[in-house]
Write a protein that binds this ligand. Structure first.
Ligand code: UDP
Ligand code: MN
Length: 214
């Protein structure tokens, strides 16, 4: 067990905690080799915190950094990032030698993924100290959104890290616990891949997370 390395995610409310829990459980299902940490903000309820503690090794409350944070805003020139700045608190987890940040709307779908993902970051970290700081922060943001796809082949048999980026998250869909099917509303135009990844998310949620929330 590599206890000085951690996977880190962020949830600023009980809704995003559902995503964090599925991510945490998917990592538990596929690797036991690193610690699991979740950053939360004060709005997260006490009931949800105790559920988080049953999946994550470490639950750390941090202050929300939002788009009113002029220092970070000036660096990034990306006001729309809003509350996701809070993920920068990842850098306060200094008791780990290495942290891999993953959005709460991601999951790991097969063993082996994780090694691949970390090795991408090894490359990144190797020049962290010497590289131009202006390139760092956008990379942190991009890494946790679509840029993951640049490095990790997705939407084929090698898919390892699934990221449900965009406005509609897995927890916004309805799921039939009896038929185990994700129900699409009229507006959703999901491809086969999207639907099977959604079913994967709901499978983990219904089997491992819902019982903890009841
Ligand atoms: N996040 C959060 N609360 C919010 C919005 C975002 O905790 O209200 C965190 C969460 O970890 C999320 C990440 O910030 O996965 C990035 O936001 P999101 O995944 O919604 O952005 P997208 O991937 O769709 O660009
Ligand atoms: Mn995301």
């Amino acid at each position: 067990v590599v206890t000085d390395q951690a996977f880190v995610t962020l949830a600023t409310d009980d809704v995003y905690c559902q995503g964090a829990l599925v991510l945490g459980q998917s990592l538990r299902n596929h690797t036991t080799s690193r610690k699991l940490a979740v950053l939360i903000t004060p709005e997260v309820s006490s009931g949800m915190r105790s559920v988080l503690r049953s999946v994550f090794d470490e639950v750390t409350e941090v202050d929300a950094l939002d788009s009113a944070d002029s220092v970070h805003l000036a660096l990034l020139q990306r006001p729309e990032l809003g509350v996701t700045f809070t993920k920068l608190h990842c850098w306060t987890l200094t008791h780990y030698s290495k942290c891999v940040f993953m959005d709460a709307d991601t999951l790991v779908s097969r063993a082996g993924a994780v090694v691949m993902f970390v090795s991408v970051l090894d490359v990144f970290f190797s020049n962290w100290a010497t590289a131009d700081i202006g390139k760092h922060l956008p990379f942190i943001y991009n890494l946790s959104s679509s840029a993951v796809y640049t490095y990790v082949p997705a939407f084929n048999q090698d898919t390892k890290v699934v990221h449900f980026l965009g406005a509609t998250k897995p927890w916004n869909y309805k799921y039939n616990l009896q038929t185990k099917r994700v129900m699409q509303d009229g507006t959703a135009s999901g491809s086969f891949h999207q639907l099977s990844f959604l079913a994967l998310w709901w499978n983990i949620y219904s089997a491992s997370i819902l019982p903890l929330l009841e």
